[in-house]
Write a protein that binds this ligand. Structure first.
Ligand code: ZN
Length: 258
């Protein structure tokens, strides 16, 4: 079984379309939440992602933009984006967001879980090994797929030691710096006996210094996780954000990948 993992699309239609055009053959799509918020095309992105499958975990922006939680937990820029999103969402899309499953969910048997933040809290950022330890302690799943941080990579433990995982792309290895004009992939072998927290990265608003849209493919027969980065039409996504009257910062950060 090959699962396409997508997360944190954040209403960025250009990034989502580039990801779907580049995605390798897969049997299912697992979506780790934050379908909306920040970007200019929440309705179009919901339509497109719903066509792909039915496995979704709710993210914090999905919760706030559909009115399930108060806006005060967000910073001022995120608040403006959430208010705008709530205004433009169709009634049907708002209802759909309100009924998204709260993680953890088990989309394929006992070994795998999907969450937005961490197994114990959909709002928790798992950014360091120190965060990963209690997060893995809170689940008996062998592999937990998570999003929320917008950072591609993850964490692993063999019971004694802990490891931080990050895809090694040629651009970085060769020291070419941040042009990132081409698509790249990095395959990683999943070891028997180890446990993992794995993040496909953010489709629509990466924050790991690489502006390219991020996603991943999990293959349970091959025991691999492959991380991908694909370029997309950032300028178009930025123009749509500005035309919508959303904060400039939300457009600018797409080019920086921060
Ligand atoms: Zn997010």
């Amino acid at each position: 079984m090959r699962a396409l993992l997508i997360s944190d699309i954040h209403a960025n239609l250009e990034a989502l379309e580039a990801v779907l055009a580049a995605a390798p053959a897969h049997d299912v799509v697992w979506n780790l939440g934050d379908v909306v918020g920040y970007g200019a095309n929440p309705n179009e992105v919901i339509d497109e992602t719903r066509r792909l499958g039915s496995v979704f975990v709710r993210g914090n922006h999905d919760r706030v933009c559909s009115g399930l939680a108060g806006i005060e937990e967000f910073n001022p820029v995120a608040q403006r984006a959430a208010r705008w999103t709530e205004c433009v969402l169709t009634g049907e899309h708002r209802e759909w967001l309100r009924h998204m499953a709260v993680g953890p969910i088990a989309p394929d048997g006992p070994f795998v879980r999907c969450v937005h933040g961490s197994p114990s809290d959909e709002d928790e950022y798992v950014l360091t090994v120190r965060d990963a330890w209690p997060a893995l302690d809170a689940t008996d799943a062998r592999i937990t797929f998570f999003g929320h941080t917008h950072i591609q990579g993850g964490f692993a433990t063999n019971g004694d030691e802990w490891f931080r995982l990050a895809p090694q792309y040629a651009m970085h290895r060769n020291g070419h710096g941040g042009s990132h004009k081409e698509a790249e992939e990095f395959e990683f072998e999943i070891h028997e006996g180890a446990r993992y927290l794995l993040n496909p990265g953010s489709v629509g608003q990466p924050r790991d210094g690489d502006w390219r849209a991020a996603f991943a493919l999990y293959d349970d027969a091959q025991r691999t996780m492959t991380w991908y980065r694909v370029p997309y039409d950032v300028q178009e996504a930025q123009e749509r954000i500005l035309q919508a009257g959303l904060p400039d910062r939300l457009a600018a950060r797409l080019r920086d990948g921060r």
